[in-house]
Design a protein around this ligand. Structure first.
Ligand SMILES: Cc1cc2nc3c(=O)[nH]c(=O)nc-3n(C[C@H](O)[C@H](O)[C@H](O)COP(=O)(O)OP(=O)(O)OC[C@H]3O[C@@H](n4cnc5c(N)ncnc54)[C@H](O)[C@@H]3O)c2cc1C
Length: 389
């Protein structure tokens, strides 16, 4: 039994008073922004709401890179403080996509594996909300099986020449940089060896960013092609050949945060508001909303537990996978429940905010369980953690 639950032990977290105070500050800021009309709540706003102006405002508040050392532009606050900031922004559907990846994973990756020069150059800019990153993992023929990537980095002179392509790269048409996983050598006996990470300036000659348009008509992700792109040696992240291990560290940051269960939260808020307005107070509606909120609360506690482990320097890949698997299912379930509870016509162009939110949630739903690792892959990781695989 103890073995069975080894992979899932998560600490219970009680938020300290200073974190609760921070939450109030973030809420007040969001209220002011909403009143000033600077944004309209959006489902999936961490992918769809790209606003450099909003990111800069958060940077001025000190709410990006909040856990990082002060010398790199951070605030040396706790992972729980970061959790609360991100939770409030997502719950409000605020436009946080511009800095999201840099704050969540590229910055922490550089903090852990980057050189002093990289940290000094990139981290303060990220923390000011001015410097944005995208993730260069997936390729046209490599998604779940990431070890099969073929984008290559070849040593030439005192730098590297990159060739190949990355796909589904969220935000690459707007971010300045990508951290790309590339092959630097091959070992027939070890497919995880010989991979390395590079910071690629997306304005370099030879970088071609081709849009992939979503079925909503929106443009969030891209295919990025590298044709003899020359990258200097100081853009190598960590050690040559250690890219697999480094990327796996990134995935723990990527999988467990509140963005894995709050993408459709603005819809829940609007649902409750509409039901109240319509006087729809029947038992069935109350039970459904009660269930959703109970699920949400459980996920939140689990995600907080992962944040605490990350703060303690532990890389909790298994519980992070569990949060993502359950969280993304919840995001989809919420969308379905709303559709069944209220009779309306989802439409991206409706003048009714609720109908637009529902359309966003429905049309973005297929991606929830794919991005950051598919359900099947996550369940494989969880099964291994349970010792049943
Ligand atoms: C909205 C969105 C944003 C994204 N943003 C980025 C980004 O910024 N950067 C980036 O690098 N990638 C990004 N991705 C790509 C994402 O990481 C991949 O789509 C995902 O890893 C799956 O890879 P694939 O699409 O190649 O599917 P495949 O790996 O081809 O999988 C197809 C199906 O087969 C199943 N499958 C595959 N292998 C196994 C197995 N061993 N056992 C059981 N089932 C299996 C999968 O679960 C899936 O259902 C994004 C994807 C989406 C939807």
């Amino acid at each position: 039994m103890s073995l069975l639950f080894k992979g899932f032990s998560l600490p219970t977290v009680k938020l300290p008073e200073c974190t609760k105070k921070l939450r109030d500050e973030v809420r007040n800021f969001i209220d002011e922004e909403l009143q000033a009309g600077t944004f309209t709540p959006h489902c999936d706003s961490w992918l769809a709401g790209f606003s450099p102006e909003f990111s800069r405002k958060l940077g001025e508040k000190g709410w990006i890179g909040v856990t990082w050392p002060r010398k790199y532009g951070g605030q040396e606050r706790s992972a729980l403080d970061r959790f609360v900031i991100t939770e409030e922004l997502l719950a409000a559907g605020a436009p946080v996509a511009a800095h999201w990846i840099a704050d969540r994973q590229s910055g922490p990756l550089l903090l852990r594996y980057g050189t002093e020069e990289q940290r000094t150059f990139f981290l303060p800019k990220i923390a000011r909300g001015e410097c944005y990153f995208s993730i260069g993992l997936s390729e046209p023929n490599s998604g779940s099986d990431l070890a099969s990537i073929s984008t290559s980095a070849r040593r030439e002179g005192d730098g590297w020449v990159i060739n190949g392509s990355k796909i589904w790269t969220s935000g690459a048409h707007k971010t300045q940089y990508m951290i790309a996983l590339c092959r630097t050598s091959r070992d027939p006996d070890n497919r995880h060896a010989g991979m390395s990470q590079f910071i690629i300036d997306l304005s370099l000659p030879g970088v071609i960013v081709r849009p992939i348009i979503l079925m909503t008509g929106e443009h969030h992700f891209n295919e990025v092609i590298f044709e003899d792109v020359k990258v200097s040696d100081d853009m190598v992240v960590g050690e040559i050949g250690n890219g697999w291990k480094q990327s796996m560290t990134e995935l723990a940051y990527e999988r467990s945060g509140p963005e894995r269960f709050l993408s459709t939260f603005p819809l829940l808020v609007e649902l409750v508001r509409i039901l109240r307005k319509n006087g729809q107070n029947d038992k069935h509606s109350r039970i459904e909303i009660g269930r959703l909120v109970a699920h949400l609360w459980t996920l939140r506690r689990m995600s907080l537990g992962v944040a605490k482990l990350l703060e303690e320097g532990i890389t909790p890949n298994i519980p992070a996978s569990l949060v993502k698997d359950l969280g993304t299912q919840f995001e989809r379930e919420l969308t379905e429940k709303v559709r069944l509870l209220v009779s309306l016509s989802p439409s991206m162009t409706s003048i009714k905010h609720f109908e637009v939110l529902l359309a966003q949630a429905i049309l973005h739903s297929p991606g929830f369980t794919l991005r950051g690792g598919t359900t099947e892959i996550l369940r494989g990781i969880i099964a291994r953690g349970l010792g049943v695989r």
